[in-house]
Design a protein around this ligand. Structure first.
Ligand code: SAM
Ligand code: GLN
Length: 284
């Protein structure tokens, strides 16, 4: 005899709570397993799960009990109002990265009006930045790169599913995009200093790809490389937009004012009041 929806839900919630884990995810697992909306689940609480639904439900709850983030358990995350496929080869896209895109679009409107522009996203992961930019700026000619083949495979599926025409290139940092010059370059590179691992959430550490998170030189390695390599790759005008760690504002600001002495370089705080973005506007 299988459980009714409310019985399965209550059991799963109490098991997760016992382990100090977020039980809010149970509802999403139930929606996924039963293919019902939240409203339908509420009105069908006494309906029985089928054998198959019950077994899928408990497999997924077991994964949550192991600490796996719900986004990997369900294989999806919402970003800028669209659903992206995610798996353990890509970083789960974060809300602060939505702010990077928002800020880049706003500045691009001033710098480029509505013209066709070329844009590259370095270290695209799930494709979140490149695909969103393309969906929001249809005239943009967008390239996305990553050093990870596995990540690029996920990004390609997302571009297909969301109907975004993007050129994908595999390779190290600016190597795959260095044969031409660009109007806009955006990147959310790995920026966590290796020593910070101790204070990080166990779910992030155990499940998210370390190659997407950690960087040498106190987390500044990729910014130093970008500041070194981007000056010869930018058009005039051009915009560079980077996500940064909240303690990296002054250091990354200095790297970019040294590399682009005539540019307008600004660090921007995220919605939580922390330094999170850096924009570099090159006009002459
Ligand atoms: N852009 C995605 C986002 O914002 O959700 C993913 C960002 S994740 C923090 C960094 C990405 O950079 C990962 O997908 C990782 O594979 C990629 N990466 C790491 N080292 C790289 C390198 N040397 N060259 C290119 N990409 C790299
Ligand atoms: N914002 C991510 C985190 O705190 C880090 C992403 C990155 O290194 N670019 O887990």
């Amino acid at each position: 005899m299988t459980d009714r929806i409310f019985e399965a839900q209550n059991k799963a919630i109490s098991l997760l709570k016992e382990k100090g884990l977020d039980s809010g995810a149970v509802r999403f697992v139930l929606e996924h397993v039963t293919q019902k909306s939240h409203a339908a689940l509420l009105s069908d609480q006494r309906e029985q799960l089928t054998e198959e639904q019950q077994s899928t439900f408990w497999n997924k709850i077991d994964e949550l009990l192991d600490g796996k983030p719900v986004q990997y358990v369900l294989g999806t995350e919402s970003f800028y109002g669209r659903q992206f496929i995610v798996n353990e080869n890509v970083l789960i896209p974060r809300p602060e990265t939505e702010e990077l895109i928002y800020g880049a679009l706003e500045r691009s409107r001033t710098l480029f009006a509505n013209k066709t522009l070329t844009m590259a996203d370095i270290g695209t992961g799930s494709g979140a930045i490149a695909i969103t930019f393309k969906k929001e700026w249809a005239e943009a000619i967008v390239t996305a790169t990553d050093i990870s083949k596995e990540a690029l495979a996920v990004a390609k599926r997302n571009a297909e599913q969301l109907g975004a025409e993007i050129t994908f290139k595999e390779g190290n940092m600016t190597d795959p995009i260095k044969n031409t010059t660009w109007d806009v370059i955006l990147s959310n590179p790995p920026y966590i200093a290796c020593v910070e691992a101790e204070s990080m959430s166990e779910t992030v550490l155990a499940f998210e790809p370390h190659g997407a998170l950690f960087a040498d030189e106190d987390g500044l390695f990729f910014y130093r490389k970008l500041a070194e390599n981007l000056p010869t790759l930018m058009n005039k005008p051009a915009l560079i937009g980077l996500e940064i760690g909240h303690q990296q504002g002054p250091a990354v600001h200095k790297l970019f004012t040294d590399a682009f002495p005539n540019a307008k370089v600004e660090t921007v705080k995220d919605i939580n009041g922390k330094n999170r973005l850096l924009f570099c506007e090159i006009n002459e």
